[in-house]
Design a protein around this ligand. Structure first.
Ligand SMILES: [Zn+2]
Length: 228
């Protein structure tokens, strides 16, 4: 009863375009789902724009971004809601959609474990959640790969990316990340997952930290790729 009343007063709206959701729609409306600007990187997972970001910087087996991020599209709204407005269900929905595209790639490349790019504990406390978590967990579940949020951690607390100058983004290349590992973690293929790929500096830094573990392979997936 109360639930119905609340729904009447505050009906569910699409997290991408704010239009009212109709019956059987959840989180993202049908129109937004069908018009998501997909990159189709998964059609050539070893050679695409995302891979190019890491050429000569980090050896990656494959890398793909799901969607294009521009200043005025649905993706910007979805990421903003996911990151700052506690709408973690968006990550799950996008994870369900992307799992269908990449399941075979993960299986072909024998990915052992999925690692979300970690937040610094101080940032995690401020935000209350890691915005990448639901997306990464859903992909792990749907593709039947282990989920391992404990191996990689962030050593340095830094301001949010948007407030940073170009110079301080360069500082990300100084290793902000470290790993805690044991013998069992050696020789594995790790899939790093982040929300938005812009310069690639954060993922490069994460990858380099993981490469401290003997004989590991690295691959990368992000929710969105920033078009500049
Ligand atoms: Zn919509």
């Amino acid at each position: 009863m109360l639930k119905n009343l609340l729904k009447l007063l505050f009906p569910d709206t699409c997290c991408g375009c704010k239009s009212l959701l109709v019956k059987n729609e959840r989180i993202i409306c049908t129109h937004c789902r069908h018009s998501l600007p997909k990159t189709y990187h998964h059609n050539s997972p070893e050679q695409n724009e995302t891979c190019q970001k890491f050429y000569g910087l980090l050896p990656v087996e494959f890398s793909c971004s799901f969607l294009y991020f521009t200043q005025n599209n649905t993706v910007k709204e979805l990421i903003h809601n996911l990151k700052y407005r506690n709408k973690t269900a968006i990550g799950k929905e996008l994870g369900i959609l992307y799992s269908m595209d990449i399941k075979d790639i993960l299986s072909k490349h024998k990915v052992d474990s999925i690692i979300p790019v970690p937040l610094h504990p101080k940032r995690l406390k401020e935000r209350g959640y890691n915005q990448v978590e639901t997306f990464a967990q859903t992909i792990a579940e749907n593709c039947q790969v282990a989920y391992n949020p404990n191996i990689l951690y962030r050593k340095i607390y830094s301001k949010t990316q948007t407030k940073k100058s170009k110079e301080s983004r360069q500082m990300d290349k100084v290793n902000n990340f470290a790993v805690t590992h044991n013998k069992e973690d050696e020789g594995k293929h790790y899939l790093l997952i982040d929300d938005v790929l812009t310069t690639g500096a954060t993922l490069e830094s994460c990858g380099n930290a993981l490469l401290q573990i003997p004989n590991v392979k690295i691959s990368i997936i992000t929710i969105a790729y920033t078009l500049s």
